[in-house]
Design a protein around this ligand. Sequence first.
Ligand SMILES: [Zn+2]
Length: 477
Amino acid sequence: MLRHTIVAIVAACLALFAGAQPNAAPGARVVRYDGHRVVSVSLRDLRDLRTLETLGIDAFGCEISLDRPNEFLVPPDRYEAFVGAGIPHVVVIEDLQVIVDAERARLSGPQPRDASWFDDYKDLAAVETYMSELAALRPDLATEINLGNSLEGRPIRGLRISNDKVDLGRCKPAILLNSVQHAREWITVMTNVYVADQLIRGYESDAYIRSLVDNAEFYIIPVVNPDGYEFTWTTQRFWRKNLRPNGDGTTGVDLNRNWGYQWGVSLPGGTGGSSSGSSDVYWGTGPFSEPETQRMRDFVLAHPQIKAHNDIHSYGQLILWSWGWSPSPIQHQPEWNQIGIEMSLLIRAVHGRNFLPGPIYTRIYPVAGSSVDWLYGVFGVLSMSYELRGGGFAPPPSDIILSAQETLPATLYQAETMIERFQFVADWNRDCIHDVLDVLDFISDFDARDARCDINADGDIDILDFLDFLQLYSEGR
Ligand SMILES: [Zn+2]
């Protein structure tokens, strides 16, 4: 019953969301939020949500549930009617434009002389410059990478961090950390760059970091959606999608509904995503229809050693994994759940914040065509997704370092877990892919009594080793 209610509420949320933001076309003048209040509402029942819908009051976030308060954006001409409706609420932001103006003034003014890079938000150019600086600090550990261009021709850049001088004689598993599929989630960029910063600066002094950088590869892509990110800095602060002209006067595809696993599947109550170009969760014209998701897909296909992934979002304080498209538990649910709980404990130990772990569908709402489902569903990757701290998409800059600090140990733990689980021991031909060629190669070495075939290390090469190998192989280890 509760599930049905939540699904119905989510459906209503997504319907609301279809009109949640003015659809400013690229090149349009700056969108303003004068007198718009952000209110936090603890929904008592579906009627409250219908009342809000009737009043034309849109969800501000999209994590609508009965379990916790939800934020809504109230335009000034509807506030009186909203108050009159008697829905219990707390005004979180009196005038959203004041926040936007203050943020803009702060960011365009001079930074304090002793400011750290993580003291305030950074635009696309500054992020790219900083990545270059980090790579220059340790060229032996860090390399700049370019995944190719966005729809408007902006390169999607990132960093590869690993110590190639450490040769394991086999593939090293890789973790892919990406942020800003959703343009307005600025704090995710900073949190992600901080991981790169700490891996590079901490390599010499921190034995734990050194072991991770020696035994794995890190691929850090801070801005998957560079067009959208730029747009939030110049024109519309709370833009979410990419900048695809949809041909019907609307703009933008939700990149995290555009991945090719269970793409475009309409879930109960019409949730999961939307076929409407005006919706903030529009899934596009086909799986991987967008250059940004194509670039990410091709990158993953070209790097079969990617065995872990974290798609970083804000906000909501969550640690999520598959499925997004189905309420059924994944095959690895017990294992992923254990990892998620551990990550949550690590986060809480830093600044006391509570991040709830769980599958996307049951923890927040149904999502079809997400990156997490594609990486897990197609490749069995240990794919997770954070919803970071913050009571909105414009958390104060003081939250940046706190967010970065509290999630770092959990992210490193995810990498550590990956290293333990995916050692490529059954990847006998060392091509980073588990396939039947590995079995054939093993059999040939086994026949030749190659010493490497003593899998159980008992000094004999016998059928037990062969069975051990098959076990490792079947587990994808
Ligand atoms: Zn997001």
